[in-house]
Design a binder for this molecule. Sequence first.
Ligand code: NAD
Ligand code: GLY
Length: 351
Amino acid sequence: MTVVSVPTGNPYEVLIGGGLLDSLGSHTAELRPKARVVCLVSDTNVWPLYGQQTQKSLEDAGLTVYPYIIQAGEQSKCGAVWLELLGFMAEHKLTRTDLMAALGGGVVGDLTGFAAATYLRGIDYIQIPTTLLAAVDSSVGGKTAIDLPRGKNLVGAFHQPILVLCDTDTLHTLPADIFLDGCAEVIKYGILYDADLFDHLEQYGPAFDREAVITRCIECKRDVVVLDERDTGLRMKLNLGHTIGHAVESLSDYTLSHGKSVAIGTAIIARASAACGHTAPDVRNAILHILNRFGLPTHTAQTAAALTEAALSDKKRSGGTIRLILPREIGDCFIHPLPAEDLEDFIKKGL
Ligand code: NAD
Ligand code: GLY
């Protein structure tokens, strides 16, 4: 097992390793000895696989568990499900010393975190990520949210978990496509912060060392979150490939997955940035090569005009300027403010 400490305002630890689920109860009881009840949220895919084991671990530690199972999928990250979940907790009389736990991917994690942030003005919660994306990204950093019909993550709160327990064994049951989506985020950390991580991924491809790579990604995320917990500056680097990626994703009417869209966004950035002289050709080639190595897409049939329009309607726009994240070297990226009117030309260079 590896432990990563996250010294945010409310500090916590991330435990990473195989076979950790069975120790959830003892860690929880040690951290919050006064807790009596846990509302354990999961989804219809994850609960049948790991629900019983997780519930038993908590019960063996003397906790009463109330499971709440949502329909798997992004559509559950909505106001109606959030309100139902709050109602369920109120019915079971959870108090401020009780806990929530999120067993699942980013959907379960974001919804549970937001319910924990808002129930009784905030109670503690634990993240138990079961997708690669949730392990390396959404379970750490305290961003919680639900979607509105007008867009994703439009309602939310910053609320750090008290513990993240990442049992790498749970990743064995992930469908290959969903695992690949997480790989796009893993590659992102290599490009952003760590040439050695990038080299390991290039060497091993999708057979990378699970515990070591997840740990390194979490350390990278931890380092930036600690400097910018409320996402007002440096943390935006985590959006490498995301501004254009979100445009690709929304133009596909969400038929193309988030990870694959981000991979295309990253490839467009690499090509356009090299064409503008910000990124050396060998760095561009290394990025395109690793995306191909993982079987991630690097091209879209969308036009620069359509991508620009979709990107400009994204909430990450600040005034008349788009902040793009561009690679200087592998492991070193910078924030590049670009006037919105220049975005279409920039994207054209990267298609
Ligand atoms: P997800 O939670 O929908 O999980 C993907 C699918 O995998 C689901 O069908 C789920 O049931 C299934 N699944 C999960 N674990 C499994 C396992 N071990 N075995 C078999 N099937 C399993 O999607 P995701 O990609 O994990 O997360 C996407 C969400 O995360 C989005 O809502 C996104 O907005 C959010 N997100 C949040 C942050 C943040 O910082 N809070 C960061 C990135 C993404
Ligand atoms: N996933 C981006 C962030 O946590 O800031």
